[in-house]
Design a protein around this ligand. Sequence first.
Ligand code: ADP
Ligand code: MG
Length: 719
Amino acid sequence: MAGDGLDAIFSPRSIAIVGASRHPGKIGYEILRNLIVNEYQGILYPVNPNAKGIHGIRAYPSILDVPEPVDLAVITVPADFALEAAEACGKKGVKGLVVITAGFREVGGVGIEREARLLALCHEYHLTMIGPNCMGVINTHPDVRMDATFAPTPPLRGGISLVTQSGALGIAILEHAKTLGVGFAKFCSLGNKAQVSLNDLLQMWRGDPDTKIILAYIENFGNPKNFVQIARATTKDKPIIAVKSGRSEAGSRAAASHTGSLGGSDLAAEAVFAQTGVLRAASIEELFDLAMAFSLQPLPRGNRVAIVSDAGGPAIMCVDELVAHGMRLAELTPSTQAFMRSWAPPEASLRNPIDLTPQGSLEDYRRALDAVLSDDGVDAAIAIYVPPVRVDEVDVARAVWQSAKDHAKPVLCNFLGRSENSPGFVELVSHSVPSYLFPESAARSLAAMYRYAQYRDREEGELRTFSVNRTKAETILDRVVREGRLLLRGDEAGAVLEAYGIRTAKTRIVRRIEDLGRTAEEIGYPVVLKAVGPEILHKSDLQAVQLGIQTEKQLVDAASAMEHRLRDRRITVEGFLLQEFVRGGMEIILGMARDKVYGPFLVFGLGGIYVEYLKDVSFGLPPLTDRDARRMIESIRTYPILRGVRGEPPRDVTAIEEAILRLGALVSDFDSIQELDLNPVLALEEGHGYRVVDARILLRRPSREEADLTDPSEPPSDR
Ligand SMILES: Nc1ncnc2c1ncn2[C@@H]1O[C@H](COP(=O)(O)OP(=O)(O)O)[C@@H](O)[C@H]1O
Ligand SMILES: [Mg+2]
């Protein structure tokens, strides 16, 4: 239904402007004027009770007086009259509303109630509504040509569709895009998103043949689960480039775990982007950089880049930035190099990056670019040019775009220090070659194109299901809740993990020192001893961990020493965990935190106790496919260490991948788990799996109603 309504909004055969005005400066004036000046192809009906005609078009006192059907009504009347206007539209049988009027939820108080009533009217009359408090919509298709905004000038026609949560920013983007030669198919300012959401727009544009690239300015995802699903499906066909402002508040403030302390910034949003293939621009500036590259050039087939330059410095800066973003310098074939040697100036350096030096002529520059683009070992080129005085930059620009157009490989340009107003820049972008002020921007934009191409071509993977013992996990969690605790003991956490097939080191809880020896025999020496008690959180800090204990005597001595030390500091010791000593594992962390907005997200990283400092972690949002889990592992910087460096054996990545998936199943099954931290997990050699040696599971504080359901008279079970 939203789909039909959206079609009526973006391709209306007729539009009523409710609140059309004769007074320049009023929104009802500007919108009608924009529709007329930009040659809207349908029929316009100005609605204004006090005017017979506006801009020479007959006006109607009420939309109900319009003699023909109306597809779209743009409402610009003051807030006090907006509901009445919307209701009249409903009675008229209008399909879509764009409510420009402000004074709704964004002002609080009466505005909130007003918005609720507006929404109720939309439901009652089956109206699809964009806004309120928005800046309007645009469709540049030649059959429609609708500019229902109050932007000062219309955008160029092109393949980009822009959806924005900030109308003013959206209009500024349209304005600036013009100077960059970037054109638009559709534009939508969402306003308060009372009804039509970002997700609805993505859904629509996914199937829109005019939309080749989607740009989004996002403040929040609305329904993140839907966003993930829709964005994921969309990025398979077309890129989504987004700027996201604002920070999401990660699940736990208390940060009882490493995973918790890693959260708190924008991490859940990062996980959303990583998993959906949506490209995140760090700034509005970068949004433009990427929009220009994606809209003007084809995607690279690989990451091998050639650089042609007339100066060494910027070429080296460019190489550094390329490499930092996962690109490589192409190896030119001997024949390409020999060919260039036959005409290039003797001072030129002809190994990639090619530096023709200022001695290189215009013709040299053109031939060099053409030669590298013809080389099979090159997937893309960056043309760098530091404009000297003696050559006209427009001639160089022409040489660049002429070479570029003969090849199906992307070419990006950096005319150092030349921006929108320079003649060389204009020459380039008007011939579909993006040009950047600095070499790094060209490098980053090209890398983003490659990242997207890779994402698009990757395998989706499968959603695997595992046989797990849910009842067992449930029983343990219920018991902890009944006992009024939030934190599971190490042995309980281990048992929950085992119920979900996550391998833990063999662990037993022992109450009395006299029983330690017998249990250690069962586990087998060497063993690890850890003290257990309600205040014992970070065990190492309290010297409450003893590794590699070989004999019963050592064990008993260690236990009594530990107990005394802790008691001296008035820390209660309830017992001990005895654990198998796992040798030769590489320390990794697996965790989960719950974000208020996004729900659970998983964390993977290398480094055990240093993880907070290294911040080398990756995120995933369940449900994860096996490929998603694999990507989480492969995307950390230190992944090569896991694959084995300096003669160390490779670790069992396949088993870790499965652990991530099983963890995803666990946290999806139990909402009550607020935070989970497996740190460390010891990753063993390939084929030997891994062992969790320290698990912390924190439960959500039950709400008042839930708390009442648990029976306080029930005695705590055996500790
Ligand atoms: N069973 C074990 N086998 C091998 N090493 C272990 C084992 N348990 C703990 N360790 C090592 O001791 C460190 C601290 O133990 P841990 O149980 O994680 O305590 P905490 O994180 O509370 O300080 C771990 O990071 C790990 O390096
Ligand atoms: Mg630990």
